[in-house]
Design a protein around this ligand. Structure first.
Ligand SMILES: *Cc1c(COP(=O)(O)O)cnc(C)c1O
Length: 400
């Protein structure tokens, strides 16, 4: 299928049977105001000019595409390239999206921003752009995640944001998201909700994808410059799915020649606690959209687990569900242990400490590259840096 054939979502926000707008009536006006404003901004060159200028001068784009020769040699097989989203300001791809949505909030003259966060990366990115544009910022975060991600909580506070602990449910990302949606319902006039991944009701999955698609556009140009041809395989980790779709979107029209692989968190293993919604989930509604979610026989959302807080979400963006169904992208998973081993390998061979989330994609690369010929090319989206994970890493890896 070519990209000209692949146009999603449709004008009701559906990716096949996934996506849509499953929201209470009290939220309909918010969502349709946002939809209208975004479709205007999308056609407005001055909106993208300001966005692109800030991506360059504030975020630090384009991020490098780096040929990891030591890692490639150690593993054998394909040449492995890393798209260095870890070098973005604030340490992950999240800021590409937070910046775009904050510019939209400014356009809509909204003065108050709310956001949800799991690992804290989206909270930090949102607090950052709020400081930049002088907007009030409230970040909802599960009480459990506040414990796990103390450095990011401190960063958000230093940036002037209020961090609101969420004590309901499993006290993690899913519950923080529910709480943020509740806030949006109660404060419809002045509040803009910045969602951190390609999840939620239409138009978020489309809008967040559009803001992250810069990753794949840069990558295509860079690999053509450096290697003179397109890659054979592209891999990215999948939590909600924003860094992966940001990388894949530009290449979807070549999906017959390029294999695209999303790597979910298998946690303790696919038969134990995990966050592999595409592999183990079933169709259902979560946070306003039809998607694949981890659920029990009664349709109750079950607990997700991953060593990386950023992948610890029981659902996955509707576009990935659709791409899986169409067979345009393959999805696999890596366990906590495999991610930790991959993280250590990358650190010792290349001097790059990546985020635990990204390490899931690195694990896949180490398995896959070996099976590929030496002149082939495998690109991994390195979604973020590992500073935020040092506590978790030091509890799990024995350092001498
Ligand atoms: C948040 C995060 C992820 C997971 O989110 P996606 O929307 O799936 O990209 C992955 N890596 C890092 C570094 C993150 O901060």
């Amino acid at each position: 299928m070519t990209k000209s054939a692949y146009t999603a979502p449709d004008n009701t926000g559906h990716f096949g049977t996934f996506g849509g707008k499953f929201i209470p009536e009290t939220l309909l006006k918010n969502a349709s105001d946002l939809e209208q404003e975004y479709s205007k901004a999308k056609e407005d060159p001055s909106f993208w000019e300001e966005y692109t200028r800030l991506l360059r001068n504030y975020v630090g784009r384009p991020t490098p595409l780096y040929h990891a020769e030591n890692l490639s040699r150690k593993i054998g097989g394909a040449k492995i390239y890393l798209k260095r989203e870890d070098l973005c300001h604030t340490g992950a791809h999240k800021i590409n999206n937070a910046l775009g949505q904050a510019l939209l909030a400014k356009r809509m003259e909204k003065k108050r921003i709310i956001a949800e966060t799991g690992a804290g990366q989206h909270g930090v990115a949102t607090a950052t752009v709020c400081a930049l544009f002088n907007l009030d910022c409230v970040v909802y975060m599960g009480a459990e995640d506040i414990q796990r991600q103390a450095p990011n909580v401190a960063r958000m506070k230093l940036l002037g944001a209020e961090v609101r602990p969420v004590e309901s449910g499993t006290k993690t990302l899913k519950d923080a998201t529910s709480e943020a949606i509740r806030d949006w319902i109660n404060n419809p006039e002045e509040t803009f909700y910045i969602i951190g991944s390609v999840v939620g009701m239409h138009p978020y999955p489309m809008m967040v994808r559009d803001f992250q698609a810069v990753i794949g556009r840069e990558t295509k140009q860079q690999i053509l410059e450096q290697a003179g041809r397109l890659p054979d395989v592209i891999a990215a980790c999948v939590g909600g799915g924003s860094n992966a779709i940001g990388m894949f979107y530009e290449f979807l029209d070549q999906s017959n020649a390029i294999e695209m692989v999303g790597v979910e968190a298998a946690g303790e293993g696919l038969e134990g606690l995990n966050a592999a919604s595409l592999t183990k989930g079933k169709k259902g509604v979560l946070h306003g959209a039809m998607m694949k979610i981890l659920q029990d026989d009664y349709g109750q959302v079950t607990e997700a687990h991953s060593i990386s807080a950023g992948l610890d979400y029981p659902g996955v963006g509707p576009e990935h569900c659709y791409l899986q169904e169409l067979g345009l992208v393959d999805y696999t998973s890596a366990t906590d242990t495999e991610a930790l081993d991959a993280l250590e390998l990358l650190a010792t061979t290349e001097g790059i400490i990546c985020a635990l989330e990204s390490a899931h994609a690195i694990h896949y690369a180490t398995v896959r590259a070996k099976q590929m010929p030496e002149d082939s090319i495998l690109i991994v989206n390195l979604s973020g840096r590992g500073d935020k994970d040092m506590d978790t890493i030091m509890k799990s890896i024995e350092l001498e």
